[in-house]
Write a protein that binds this ligand. Structure first.
Ligand code: SF4
Length: 391
C-alpha cells in the first residue's frame, strides 16, 4: 500500500507556519450550544439571503475572513475567502494576522484549531454550534483518560498516544501531556513510525480506520493491531492481547467515509474498467486495499486536478467535494464511488441563513458563536502539534 500513497507538501508548509502559537486570555471552553435564531433567516428566499451575505461581506471588509471546508454546500462555499481541508484552513487562520473576525464554515474541532493558532485579538466563530464532527465526538476526554489509566494499569512498557487532527482540543492536549503527537491523514504513517520508536505501542484516537490503514501500510501484522471498544473493560481485550499489541485503535469512525464499501469498488471495476478509484484513508481497510489510490482531501483534489483530460474517476469521499470537482473539471468524468449520497450532515448544518446571522451580528457589534480554547488546553495541544512538526 505504501507505494500507492500520495505525497503532499501541504503538511510541511502548514507546520512551518504553525510554530507561532498564541495564548488565549479566555478561560471558558465554548459549549456546543446553539441559540435559536430568528426564523426569517430560513424563511426568506435563498437568493435574498445570498445577496445579503454578499452585502455584509463587503461592509465588513478586510476585518472579516470566511474559511470554507471542501465539504461545505455550494451556497456557503462560494463566500469563502480561503478554502481547504482542516489543515489547510488551520494554516490560513494562522496566516490571517490582519483579520479580526474569522468565520469558520467547517466543524467544531477545526474552529478550535483556528482559535489555538490565532492571536488573542482575533475572534473565531462557527455559524452553527451544532456543526460537530461525529468522529471527534466518539473520543471524549473522560473516556480516553479512563482508557489510558486502564491500559497503563495492566502493562508496564511504554505506550505513546497519537491523535488524528480530527479530535477535540482537549484530546490533543491529553496527547501533548502524555508524550504523544497529533497526526493528519497525510502523515499518519510517519507519526506512527516515530511513536513506535519512542515506545512499545501506540494508542491511536479517534479513527480506527486511519490508524489501521496506516499500521498495515507500515507492515505491522494484523495480530499486533487491536481494537479498543469504548465502554468495555480494557476495551474488550485481555491483558495478554494488549501486552502483545503494537497499535491499539480507538473504535471511532467517520460516518461519511464508512459508507463506502469494497462492493462499490467491485461495481466500478465491472462497470468502468478504465476508471481510477481514489479514496480517503478514513475508509475501511478493505476499501483502501482495493482502490488504486488513497490520500487526504487535498491529495484527492490534487490527484484529480493533475490527471489528463478524459480521465475517469470514482471517488470515495464526501459528495459536495465530488460534485464540485466534477463541475470544475468538465473534461473529466468524476463520480462518487457510492451510488448513494455520502453527505457530511454536520458540515451541512452551516446553512446560508446561519452565516448571515453571524455576519449581521458582527455588523451590529455582536460576536455570535465564538469558539475559545482555554490557555492550559491550548498550550498542551500546542505541544502535541509541535511534536508533529518535529517529526
Ligand atoms: S466528513 Fe467525517 S471526519 Fe469529516 S467532519 Fe464529517 S464526520 Fe467528521
Amino acid at each position: 500500500m505504501i507505494e500507492k500513497r500520495l505525497s503532499f507538501c501541504i503538511i510541511h508548509a502548514y507546520l512551518k507556519k504553525s510554530t507561532n502559537f498564541h495564548k488565549k486570555n479566555g478561560q471558558i471552553m465554548t459549549q456546543p450550544h446553539q441559540n435559536i435564531i430568528n426564523p426569517s433567516y430560513f424563511e426568506a428566499e435563498e437568493e435574498k439571503i445570498l445577496e445579503k451575505i454578499s452585502a455584509r461581506k463587503k461592509e465588513l471588509g478586510d476585518q472579516l475572513l470566511i474559511l470554507g471546508h471542501h465539504y461545505q454546500q455550494e451556497a456557503v462555499f462560494r463566500f469563502a475567502d480561503k478554502t481547504g481541508d482542516s489543515l489547510k484552513l488551520a494554516r490560513s487562520a494562522a496566516e490571517a494576522k490582519d483579520s479580526r473576525f474569522i468565520v469558520f464554515c467547517g466543524v467544531h474541532f477545526m474552529a478550535e484549531s483556528a482559535d489555538i493558532l490565532t492571536s488573542d485579538e482575533q475572534i473565531v466563530m462557527l455559524p452553527d454550534m451544532r456543526a460537530g464532527c461525529p468522529m471527534a465526538d466518539m473520543a471524549t476526554i473522560e473516556e480516553v483518560s479512563r482508557a489510558w489509566d486502564e491500559l497503563t494499569g495492566v502493562i508496564d512498557s511504554t505506550s505513546v498516544p497519537v491523535t488524528y487532527v480530527n479530535s477535540s482540543a482537549k484530546i490533543k492536549a491529553f496527547v501533548g501531556k502524555n508524550g504523544g503527537s497529533v497526526c493528519t491523514s497525510s502523515n499518519a504513517e510517519r507519526v506512527l513510525t516515530w511513536a513506535l520508536s519512542k515506545g512499545k505501542r501506540v494508542f491511536f484516537f479517534p479513527d480506527e480506520h486511519l490508524g489501521r490503514n496506516s499500521a498495515y501500510a507500515l507492515g505491522i501484522p494484523q495480530e499486533e493491531v487491536v481494537l479498543w471498544e469504548r465502554g468495555k473493560p480494557l476495551g474488550g481485550n485481555s491483558p495478554e492481547q494488549l501486552k502483545k499489541s503494537r497499535v491499539i485503535l480507538w473504535n471511532g469512525y467517520c460516518t461519511v467515509h464508512m459508507q463506502f464499501s469494497a462492493g462499490h469498488v467491485d461495481m466500478w471495476r465491472k462497470k468502468e474498467p478504465h476508471a481510477k478509484i481514489i479514496v480517503h484513508p478514513e475508509c475501511k481497510n478493505e476499501v483502501v486495499d482495493k482502490a488504486d489510490l488513497y490520500g487526504s482531501t487535498e491529495g484527492i483534489i490534487n490527484a484529480i486536478s493533475d490527471s489528463p483530460a478524459g480521465s475517469i474517476w470514482a471517488v470515495g469521499t464526501e459528495i459536495n467535494l465530488v460534485n464540485r470537482l466534477s463541475r470544475q473539471h468538465p473534461d473529466k468524468v468524476i463520480r462518487s464511488l457510492s451510488p448513494f449520497q455520502c453527505l457530511c450532515s454536520t458540515m451541512y448544518r452551516i446553512k446560508p441563513g446561519y452565516l448571515l446571522w453571524v455576519l449581521d451580528g458582527l455588523a451590529a457589534g455582536r460576536t455570535e458563536n465564538r469558539i475559545t480554547v482555554d490557555n492550559t488546553t491550548a498550550e498542551q495541544a500546542k505541544i502535541a502539534l509541535e511534536r508533529m512538526l518535529a517529526i
